[in-house]
Design a protein around this ligand. Structure first.
Ligand SMILES: Cc1cc2nc3c(=O)[nH]c(=O)nc-3n(C[C@H](O)[C@H](O)[C@H](O)COP(=O)(O)O)c2cc1C
Length: 330
C-alpha cells in the first residue's frame, strides 16, 4: 500500500512543482526549450548532462534560468568522465534538483545537499533503493525494464519494481519505464509511486532536440521493436533501425556469442549522437523505451503536461477503472 509519506503532494512540495510529472534527463534528447516548456506547465523539466561538455551544460543551465525562475533539474550519469566539472557547475549555478544515475550515490549526495540541491537517485532494485536512501538521497526513481536508455541488469518491470521499492523505502518513489499517459500515471500512483518520470514520451515533443528522422522512426515503431542490448558492456534499450542497421549488427554479434571486447569495438564512439541527434538511422544508436509502440503524435511539451493532467482528472473522478464494476462479475 502507498504510505502517507508517498503522497504525491509531498513530492510536489519537495520539488517546488504543481504536477508530479517529471521529464526525464536524456542524452542527446534535452535542451533548455524542452525544460522550460515542461516546467512552465507545472511539471519538472530536466537537462540530461550525460551528453554535454561542461561548458555546454553551463550554457544550457543559464538559458533555462534566463527564461524560467522556478524549479528545474539536471541529470548526471555518475560514470560521466567530467563528473567533477558538472557537479561544480550545478553548485555554482544553484540548480535546484539533481538526478544522479549509473553509479553510486555515496560520493556526491552530501556535497550536493549541503549546496542546497534536492538529490534523487535512479535505481533498478529495492536493494539499490535502500543504499541510495542510506547515502542520504531525498527521493528515488524506480526505473523498470521497459524504459528507454541504459537500464538495470535485473530486468524487473515497472509493475513489479515500483511496489517493491515503495515497500522498501520511506522517501518518495518516482516511477519510470513504460509510462506515457494518464492511465499509466494512475497505475504508477496506485502501485505506491509519488510521481512519474517519462523519457520516451518527451522525446516525442515539439521542443525535443532529437532529430526529426528519429522521431519519425519512433512514430512508426510497433510492439516488440525495442530490445535490451549490450548487456555485457552497458545494458541499453535500442530501437530497430532499417535492415542492416546498428541494431541488427549488435543482435547478430550477440547471437554469435561475441565477447565484450568485440562488442565494445562494434559500439565504438559517437553512435548515440549519430542516431538520436543527427538522424543516422543506419549507423546510429536509437535509444527509446518499449512505450515507443504507443507513441505517434508530437505535441508541444507544455501541452502534453496539461493533457496528462486533464486526462488524469477524468480518470480520477471516474474511478480506477471507468465503466467496470466488480460486483457485476458473475
Ligand atoms: C533517449 C534516452 C536517453 C536517456 N538518457 C538517460 C541519461 O542520460 N541518464 C539517465 O539517468 N537516464 C536516461 N534515460 C532514461 C530516462 O531518464 C527515463 O528514466 C526513461 O526514459 C523512462 O522510461 P520511458 O522511456 O519508458 O519513459 C534515457 C532515456 C532515453 C529514452
Amino acid at each position: 500500500m502507498s504510505r502517507a509519506n508517498h503522497h504525491p503532494q509531498l513530492l510536489c512540495d519537495m520539488l517546488g512543482i504543481r504536477h508530479p510529472v517529471i521529464q526525464a534527463g536524456m542524452v542527446w534528447c534535452t535542451g533548455a526549450e524542452l525544460v522550460v516548456a515542461v516546467s512552465r506547465a507545472g511539471g519538472l523539466g530536466t537537462l540530461g548532462a550525460g551528453s554535454m561538455y561542461p561548458d555546454e551544460l553551463r550554457a544550457e543551465v543559464r538559458r533555462v534560468k534566463d527564461q524560467w525562475s522556478g524549479a528545474f533539474a539536471v541529470n548526471v550519469p555518475l560514470l560521466y568522465p567530467a563528473v567533477e566539472e558538472h557537479m561544480a557547475t550545478i553548485v555554482e549555478e544553484q540548480v535546484p534538483v539533481v538526478f544522479t544515475s549509473a553509479g553510486s550515490p555515496r560520493k556526491w549526495t552530501d556535497h550536493l545537499k549541503s549546496a542546497g540541491c534536492t538529490v534523487i537517485h535512479v535505481v533498478s532494485s529495492a536493494v539499490f533503493a535502500r543504499k541510495a536512501v542510506a547515502a542520504g538521497v531525498d527521493a528515488v526513481v524506480a526505473e523498470g525494464f521497459e524504459a528507454g536508455g541504459h537500464n538495470g541488469r535485473e530486468e524487473t518491470t515497472t509493475m513489479c519494481l515500483v511496489p517493491e521499492v515503495a515497500n522498501a523505502v520511506e522517501v518518495p518513489v518516482i516511477a519510470a519505464g513504460g509510462l506515457h499517459d494518464a492511465r499509466s500515471i494512475l497505475a504508477a500512483l496506485a502501485l505506491g509511486a509519488s510521481g512519474v518520470q517519462m523519457g520516451s514520451r518527451f522525446v516525442m515533443t515539439q521542443e525535443n532536440p532529437a532529430h526529426a528522422a528519429f522521431k519519425q522512426r519512433i512514430a512508426e515503431a510497433g510492439a516488440g521493436e525495442t530490445r535490451l542490448m549490450l548487456k555485457d558492456v552497458t545494458p541499453v534499450r535500442l530501437l530497430r533501425g532499417p535492415e542492416g542497421s546498428f541494431y541488427d549488427q549488435v543482435a547478430a554479434a550477440e547471437d554469435a556469442g561475441a565477447d565484450v571486447e568485440a562488442l565494445r569495438a562494434l559500439l565504438g564512439r559517437g553512435r548515440a549522437k549519430k542516431g538520436m541527434r543527427e538522424g543516422d538511422l543506419l549507423e546510429g544508436e536509437l535509444e527509446i523505451g518499449q512505450v515507443s509502440a504507443l507513441l505517434d503524435d508530437l505535441p508541444g511539451a507544455g501541452v502534453l503536461v496539461e493533457r496528462l493532467v486533464d486526462e488524469y482528472r477524468v480518470f480520477g473522478t471516474a474511478g480506477m477503472a471507468p465503466g467496470f464494476h466488480w460486483d457485476a462479475l458473475g
